[in-house]
Unconditional design. Structure first.
Length: 115
C-alpha cells in the first residue's frame, strides 16, 4: 500500500532498521519526516507541524524507559480504538428516501479527500 503525500501534509515515517538472521524485524527502527515539496504552509505553521511530528518521535524514545508515559498513551490509544470499534456495528443506518444505506463517518474514519 502506498500513499502520496499531498500539499500541506507532514508525515511521520517509520522504517524497520534491522532484521535478525531469520529475516524478522528486531524492533529497531529509524524515523523520518516527509513533506510535500509544494506545501503552502507559512513558516510558523510548518514549524508547528514539524514540532508535532518530532514530539511523536520523542514519544517513541521516552516510552522505552518511562513505563508511565507508555502506559498512559497506550490506554488512550485503546480508548480511542474502542470508541471507533463500538461504532462499527452502527456503521450503516437506514435513511428514509435514500433507497439504500448511508455510511456514518466518525472522527476516526479514514477517507480520501474531503469528507
Amino acid at each position: 500500500m502506498t500513499y502520496q503525500i499531498k500539499d500541506n501534509e507532514v508525515a511521520f515515517v517509520l522504517k524497520p532498521l534491522e532484521y535478525d538472521k531469520d529475516g524478522n524485524w528486531t524492533g529497531d527502527l529509524s524515523t523520518a519526516i516527509a513533506l510535500h515539496p509544494d506545501n503552502t504552509l507559512s513558516k510558523v505553521d510548518l514549524a508547528q507541524m514539524i514540532n508535532l511530528v518530532t514530539l511523536l518521535g520523542a514519544f517513541l524514545e521516552v516510552s522505552q524507559y518511562d513505563d508511565y508515559v507508555y502506559d498512559t498513551v497506550e490506554a488512550e490509544r485503546n480508548r480511542l480504538i474502542d470508541l471507533d470499534m463500538s461504532d462499527e456495528s452502527d456503521i450503516y443506518e437506514e435513511v428514509e428516501g435514500t433507497g439504500g444505506k448511508v455510511v456514518r463517518l466518525t472522527a476516526f474514519t479514514k477517507t480520501q479527500g474531503n469528507a
